[in-house]
Design a protein around this ligand. Structure first.
Ligand code: ACO
Length: 386
């Protein structure tokens, strides 16, 4: 079959000529220091879990139906393979696997979770929320359960909401789950986006200052809606799944009938700038220098973004935790996935300063600084350790 370049009739629309001015002054940024030991402060991440589907799609597999090459994808993005959900999997099943892994690792039962916050940019339903369905699936008590939409920054937004709910006394144990099936949101005939993404889920359990785990020292959330056009979705007709000769994973039902659109260069400029700034501001908020940060776990968009930001921070690239080579960009699931793999592989030690930094559509960003403390971490990967 003919190998595809830009998608079909929607290709022109997808080639967004939008120029977004992201160089203006930073708008108001909400930033908060928890007050360790103070009233309601010093919330702890008690556990972490992640889950991946078993189906692996390599760049060579994509070469079979897209006008692309392993060399182009690796040199521009660092991605060599990604996981895609099988027909029997959905957002709920992936989210539930990561949540169960997290709770088992933290030795906390579902009955002790009073609040569930889920993040997904690739929802399979407008409502009911993924969080409500997950609450029923896990058998958690009937506390609040809701989804948030902050694109790739969703896990950090969720952690910030968890900390606020615990600090206000409304919640005691909050499960924050980010789950994505981008294989049902990309147009597999559009080589400029199809090669970038993958599927997966990650979950954090957040508790109060008296709980064991990693302490939240500082956090920051922000958004710049002037950049909204740089990254989004649009309806497609006819559905790209109708293309003949494509592998099975390309023919799953679209997430809400839409596909990803992106201005790659604008996203690149924004991501590298915000990553550097958030690390510096988090360090400052916690009263330390950037050299005292042990590890950065950035949103796994692509390795060139990470290398550029690491260079600007004068960090050796080893200080950036990355698994993008094997998972692709899993949007809001990418930080818990990368952190879980890194921690399970022995990268994090008690007392380490671990900085999580997300950026994504909106444009949104979020950062969180953890003082690593002993906590359970579990990776549910049917293919075994990397
Ligand atoms: N294989 C082969 N050629 C390709 C592919 C592909 N998969 N995709 C695009 N090309 C071609 C283009 O058609 C173009 O060809 P032309 O010159 O004949 O027109 C050429 O490669 C250059 O295309 P550009 O879009 O200019 O490529 P660029 O060097 O900007 O790299 C990339 C694209 C990798 C997307 C880059 O812009 C980038 O890293 N952006 C960051 C975006 C990102 O990572 N997004 C992830 C989602 S957003 C998020 O998570 C926050």
């Amino acid at each position: 079959m003919e190998r595809l370049r830009h998608g079909r009739e929607v290709g022109r629309l997808r080639n967004l000529g939008v120029v977004v001015n992201l160089e203006g002054p930073m708008g108001p940024v909400w930033r908060a220091n928890s007050t360790p030991g103070g009233p309601g402060g010093g919330c702890r991440v008690m556990g972490l879990g992640s889950a991946l589907p078993s189906t692996r799609v390599t760049n060579a597999d994509l070469e079979g139906f897209l006008d692309t090459s392993d060399e182009w994808i690796v040199s521009r993005t660092g991605i060599r393979e990604r996981r895609v959900a099988g027909p029997e999997e959905n957002l709920l099943s992936l989210a539930a696997r990561s949540a169960r892994a997290c709770l088992a690792a933290a030795s906390v039962s579902p009955q002790e979770v009073d609040t569930i916050i889920c993040s997904s940019s690739s929802p399979d339903e407008t409502f009911p929320s993924l969080a409500c369905r997950l609450q029923a699936e896990l058998g958690c008590p009937l506390g609040p359960a809701f989804d948030i939409q902050a694109a790739c920054s969703g896990a950090i937004y969720g952690l910030a909401m968890a900390q606020s709910l615990i600090q206000s006394g409304m919640s005691r144990r909050v499960l924050v789950v980010a789950a994505e099936i981008f294989s049902r949101l990309v147009d597999w005939s559009d080589r400029s986006t199809a090669v970038l993404f993958g599927d997966g889920a990650g979950a954090f359990l957040v508790g109060g200052p008296a709980d064991p785990g990693s302490e939240i020292l500082a956090l920051e959330l922000g958004a710049d809606g002037r950049g909204a056009a740089a990254l989004g979705t649009q309806a497609v007709s006819p559905d790209p799944q109708s293309l003949p000769g494509m592998p099975d994973y390309t023919s799953s039902q679209r997430s809400l009938g839409r596909v990803v659109t992106m201005n790659g260069r604008e996203v690149f400029r924004f991501s590298t700038r915000i990553l550097e700034q958030v690390v510096a501001r988090l360090a400052q908020s916690a009263g330390m220098t950037t050299s005292e940060i042990t590890l950065v776990v950035p949103h796994q968009a692509n390795s060139r973004i990470l290398a550029t930001a690491a260079g600007r921070l004068n960090y050796p690239i080893e200080r950036f935790v990355s698994n993008v080579e094997r998972t692709g960009n899993t949007s809001s699931a990418s930080i818990p996935l990368a952190l879980a793999e890194g921690a399970a592989g022995g990268l994090c030690h008690d007392g380490d300063m671990v900085c999580l930094v997300a950026f994504g559509a909106g444009l949104t960003w979020g950062g969180l600084l953890l003082r690593w403390g002993s906590m359970g971490v579990a990776v549910d990967d049917p293919r075994g350790p990397a």
